[in-house]
Design a binder for this molecule. Structure first.
Ligand code: KG4
Ligand code: ZN
Length: 339
């Protein structure tokens, strides 16, 4: 079975060809450079970029896979959540192909595609497991029993982890997206443990998250207010120390909650997906903490951490095999959730 994956939910235009779970091609073209000067994704710019490049990306993906459109058995497309204008472009392409070639179509939830992206690796997880999504818009925990069977356990009550990285980077005058910038700066820190930011657990037993408090703590620290604040000019060294302290606090909570979810559900596997899995410190911290409890953690390969169409094609294929179907009435759902 050969599947064409299409992803245009935010600022990456991506098309992939998947053959029975194997990636034949995965072309990603990002408009991130165009958004940098605005400090965040501008929806209209993202949409225009998709319109301009999606056919080129499709042609390249087919060429790289060595397969023609006539050999595609299924078109899998992200239909939510995401930016409405951006989603519509991928969906329009998917419907055009489905209609003109008579190929079945299936809508895929972007969050679940992130969650199952480590199934693109050679070493695949086995159900059941705890699923953790850490992306720019979502921070959620699930119990996963199959590709179409996940039970919601908890989520952030305010900012997502990636969003907190982006906001703190802005406070510190670092570029967009904030995640990679903060990770890079934190590595330069020479004053590790000289600053400590609060870790919000929402109660000892809770599987929900909250990251808006730490963002405010960083803001107060920078402005010289609040407990522990130094109120001095920011320089390369102090920014690195703040990044380090912020990252440690946020990732401690993420790692602890994921392990707590596994213990509560009596499961020995955690599977993580989403843009923040590009962070090496998250991988290190979570793997170490989980190992302490005898839990194994699976992360996607780095190339599938950020938005890509391979994960959409893969989940589309899995769902199709389980009997799920969409049709040409498929619509975009910008606020699609998993709950
Ligand atoms: O999954 P993703 O590509 O988009 C959504 O579906 O939201 O995630 C993007 C998010 C951004 O907030 C970005 O700052 C964060 O992932 N991110 C990182 C890193 N690389 C990307 N966060 C922490 N460390 C990184 N290295
Ligand atoms: Zn994403």
């Amino acid at each position: 079975m050969r599947t064409l994956g299409i992803e245009t939910s935010c600022d990456e235009t991506s098309v992939a060809v998947i053959d029975k779970g194997r990636v034949l091609s995965n072309v990603v073209s990002s408009s991130v450079e165009l958004h940098k000067r605005y400090g965040g994704v501008v929806p209209e710019i993202a949409s225009r970029y998709h319109v301009e490049y999606i056919l080129e990306v499709l042609e390249e993906a087919l060429e790289e896979s060595g397969k023609g459109l006539e050999s595609i058995d299924l078109v899998a497309v992200t239909n939510g959540p995401g930016l409405v204008g951006a989603l519509l472009i991928g969906l329009s392409l998917a419907k055009s192909i489905s209609y003109s070639m008579g190929t079945p179509i299936i809508g895929v939830n972007h969050i679940l595609a992130h969650l199952y992206s480590s199934f693109l690796s050679r070493d695949k997880p086995r159900f059941p497991f705890i699923g953790l999504v850490v992306s720019g818009g979502h921070t959620s925990l699930f119990r996963c029993d199959d590709f179409d069977k996940q039970k919601f356990l908890g989520q952030t009550q305010d900012d997502a982890v990636g969003e907190a990285y982006d906001k703190v980077a802005k406070i510190l005058g670092l570029g967009y997206p904030g995640g990679p910038e903060i990770e890079k700066c934190a590595r330069r820190s020479k004053g590790k443990n000289t600053i400590s930011f609060p870790r919000s657990y929402m109660g000892k037993d809770s599987l929900d998250f909250s990251f808006s408090g730490i963002k405010t703590a960083v803001l107060y620290y920078v402005r010289g207010k609040g407990p522990g604040a130094r109120g001095q000019e920011l320089n390369r060294g102090s920014v690195a120390d703040i990044c380090y302290a912020f990252q440690e606090a946020v990732l401690d909570v993420v790692a602890d909650k994921a392990c707590l979810a596994a213990q509560k559900s009596n499961l020995k596997t955690i599977v993580v997906g989403g843009g923040v899995t590009a962070n090496s410190r998250l991988r290190e911290k979570l793997s170490e903490r989980a190992a302490f409890f005898g839990i194994k953690v699976y992360f996607p390969e780095f190339e599938y951490s950020l938005d890509n169409a391979a994960m959409i094609g893969l989940l589309g294929e899995k769902l199709y095999k389980k009997g799920h179907r969409s049709d040409l009435y498929l619509t975009v759902e910008p606020n699609l959730s998993v709950k």
